[in-house]
Design a protein around this ligand. Structure first.
Ligand code: ADP
Length: 274
């Protein structure tokens, strides 16, 4: 399922004295099966875009095409339920949304709410706990008795239990230690690679964008100012400096070597996070 934003503008509290324009004429296409990173500083419009990807917000003008559904300012909320199921969002600190007595019930909550039979929801909960590297015993535990990293995994399992076609990740590693970050990012990379899950990563990290995504979109003051492959985006050194965005360390090193030797590398060499 492709997602296509065409000339999307959005204003919070539109038509009131508190109106705040957050997006200006954003064009962005996220093809089915791709891994798209969206990068930008705080306030650049990333969260506002993210909320358009599953119709939490409707554009003030322009259109958002999600699969066969075309969303514009006039859409009725009840027409959008199916979209919410197809695009799963892992919000920042998703563990804050855990609430059930047991991990099993928490993971099953979303699918059952969307009419998935109990047996199937249970099957998904058991499968996902394994996929996320948690022992099956956690299913019977209260989510609040788990470690922070485990709680995050359970919350992610809850989103995956909806069997989304597109997975949107909002700073999914915020607050985790380097090892936890690497494990979670590798898990998403595997889901993308093995299940062909379309993935959208909203991040501050140029390193993560370069390492995991096929394409990077850079947001600045509500506009999508650069879009392309990591190679294309990292080549725009001056533009990135203008937007105060730092190249990944390994790319900087590569550039230094290229300058010293006069020999250009054909590809980017992004090192693994330690
Ligand atoms: P980011 O996710 O990149 O930090 P946001 O999409 O949250 O950026 O914000 C884009 C702009 O919209 C900012 O200027 C922000 O202050 C404003 N904004 C975000 N949420 C609201 C809101 N609920 N009401 C009014 N303005 C908002």
């Amino acid at each position: 399922m492709d997602i296509k934003l065409q000339q999307v503008s959005y204003a919070y509290a539109a038509g009131t004295p508190f109106e705040k324009r957050a997006l200006y004429d954003v064009d962005l296409t996220i093809p089915s099966g791709s891994y798209q990173a969206i990068i930008g500083h705080t306030g650049s419009g990333k969260s506002t875009i993210l909320q358009h990807l599953n119709a939490i917000l409707k554009p003030t003008s322009g259109t958002v095409q999600i699969g066969d559904k075309r969303i514009d300012a006039g859409q009725k909320p009840k027409e959008l339920k199916s979209v919410r199921q197809r695009v799963g969002i892992v919000f920042q600190f998703p563990e804050h949304q855990l609430f059930e007595e047991t991990v099993e019930k928490d993971i099953m909550f979303g699918p059952m709410n969307f009419g998935v039979p109990e047996e199937e929801a249970l099957r998904r909960a058991h499968e996902l706990v394994g996929l996320l590297g948690l022992p099956q015993q956690v299913l019977e535990k209260s989510p609040f008795d788990l470690s922070g990293g485990q709680m995050r995994r359970v919350a992610i399992a809850g989103v995956l239990a909806m069997d989304p076609e597109v997975l949107v990740l909002d700073e999914p590693t915020a607050g985790l230690d380097p090892r936890g970050r690497k494990e979670i990012m590798n898990l998403f990379a595997r889901l993308h690679r093995e299940k062909g899950l379309t993935t959208v990563l909203v991040t501050h990290s140029m390193e993560d964008a370069g390492r995991y995504a096929d394409r990077i979109a850079i947001m600045h003051s509500g506009k999508c100012v650069v879009e392309g492959t990591p190679q294309e985006v990292f080549a725009q050194t001056e533009l990135l400096e203008d937007f105060r965005l730092e190249l990944p360390q390994s790319v900087k090193l590569q550039r230094t070597i290229e300058e010293m030797t006069g020999h250009e590398f054909p590809t980017l060499y992004l090192t693994e996070e330690e």
